[in-house]
Design a protein around this ligand. Structure first.
Ligand code: AMP
Length: 398
């Protein structure tokens, strides 16, 4: 089905065709008509499915038909967990609205608030914000909510994981009640469902099924390797395969810095990307990585939240993520939309339980490969697919 059949008008369909989108993704064909009809929405879709366009496009369509805002007023509010995601979503708003006369702004903490205040003075149509900074600005009367028509909670599960529940509730309390509410989350955990009870009313539900969590265009495999050999294995793979680019996930900031040094000693240039580096540096790294100037970026899970790189070929789980949903998020960073991607995980024996949880979540085993010269001394057992962690077993029994 073409985009025009979804009820989007020409300035919008022109912009998306210019970006090279031929047809809507699954979430887009389901969400766009529902949002245009005015439904509240509860959508389970991870990053990489085209979810951003699935809410941005109908928002643009609706706002383009309405009136302009007054000073310090906004008409659509998109809440995101991180600055990086706020910037990326707002960039998409700009891309998709290039033939419309709508204004947008990304607003987040950790930077001077003055330019953001200034930008709000004339009012903006679409504000993409992180919850903390938004509340600050609201408290300082830099922004008013009475003209808000639509609210999006993007990556709601991450916002909850990051402890934003109180801020979100405060924002919900201050928004007009008769607006359209849209909630997007990679996973619909109980916490997210609780939030949905207050944030969306009688919602239209969309779920991009769990087995689509392992999207078909992502080749996933794992390499069993002893823990102390992981850094040498990574260098070996990089040299052997002459990869274009890889986003490498590691557990700690310290680990990221150390691994970057180890790679450098072996003649491989890599950058560490984590919350310990300044916002300006992270922004530059992200731009350089997107432009292909940096080939290997080593990121902590928290640091890399919301990184969206068009056509990223490969992610590497140098450390296996925890919990299992984080694995799904991470592999979603590659093979975006219809591009091919590869997700490689390094797994040692002490990751066994974690691996069981991930493979249980996926509903299948991940293909295993060994690399010559790096065969583990301590073998990793084959997972139990219906694995339940001990504390949950006890809860069930008790
Ligand atoms: P998202 O799931 O919103 O993070 O989007 C993932 C990526 O897919 C982004 O880089 C978008 O630019 C791209 N994308 C979104 N919708 C489409 C589409 N219909 N066709 C091709 N690419 C798309």
């Amino acid at each position: 089905m073409p985009f025009s059949k979804l009820g989007l008008s020409q300035p919008i369909t022109d912009a998306i065709h210019e970006l090279g989108y031929d047809k809507p993704t699954t979430i887009q064909s389901k969400a766009i008509p529902a949002i245009l009809k005015g439904e509240d929405l509860l959508a389970a879709a991870q990053t990489g499915t085209g979810k951003t366009a699935s809410f941005v496009l109908p928002i643009l369509e609706k706002l383009a038909q309405g009136e302009t805002q007054r000073k310090k007023r906004i008409r659509a509010l998109i809440l995101t967990p991180t600055r990086e995601l706020a910037e990326q979503v707002e960039q998409k708003v700009r891309d998709y609205s290039k033939h419309l006369n709508l204004t947008s702004l990304a607003m987040y903490g950790g930077v001077d608030e003055q330019p953001q205040k200034q930008a709000l003075i004339e009012g903006v149509d679409i504000l993409v914000a992180t919850p903390g900074r938004l509340l600050d600005m609201y408290g300082k009367r830099a922004v008013y909510f009475e003209e808000v028509e639509m609210l999006v909670l993007d990556e709601a599960d991450r916002m909850l994981d990051m402890g934003f529940i109180e801020d979100i509730n405060k924002i919900l309390d201050r928004l007009p009640t008769d607006i359209q509410h849209l909630l997007f989350s990679a996973t619909l955990s109980n916490k997210v469902r609780d939030l949905a009870k207050t944030a969306v009313h009688d919602p239209f539900e969309i779920s991009i099924a769990a087995n689509q969590a392992s999207k078909k265009n992502i080749e996933q495999w794992l390499i069993t390797v002893d823990k102390d050999k992981k850094s040498a294995l990574l260098s070996h793979l990089i040299k052997e395969n002459d990869w274009n680019q890889a986003l490498i996930f590691i557990e700690t900031k310290h680990g990221a810095a150390k691994l970057a040094q180890q790679l450098e000693k072996r003649g491989i240039e890599a950058e560490a990307f984590h919350s310990g580096r300044s916002q300006a540096i992270r922004q530059r790294l992200l731009e350089d990585f997107k432009a292909g100037k940096i080939k290997y970026m080593i990121a902590t899970g928290v640091g890399a939240r919301g990184i969206d790189i068009e056509g990223l070929e490969r992610v590497i789980n140098y450390d296996l993520p925890f919990p299992a949903d984080e694995y799904v998020h991470r592999i979603g960073r590659t093979g975006r939309a219809d591009a091919q991607g590869e997700a490689i995980s390094f797994v040692s024996k002490d990751n066994f339980k974690n691996l069981c949880m991930i493979e249980s979540r996926l509903g299948h085993l991940i293909e295993r490969r060994e690399v010559e010269g790096f065969e583990p001394r301590k073998p990793v057992p084959i997972s139990i697919l219906n694995y339940v962690p001990k504390h949950k077993r006890q809860q069930k029994e008790g």
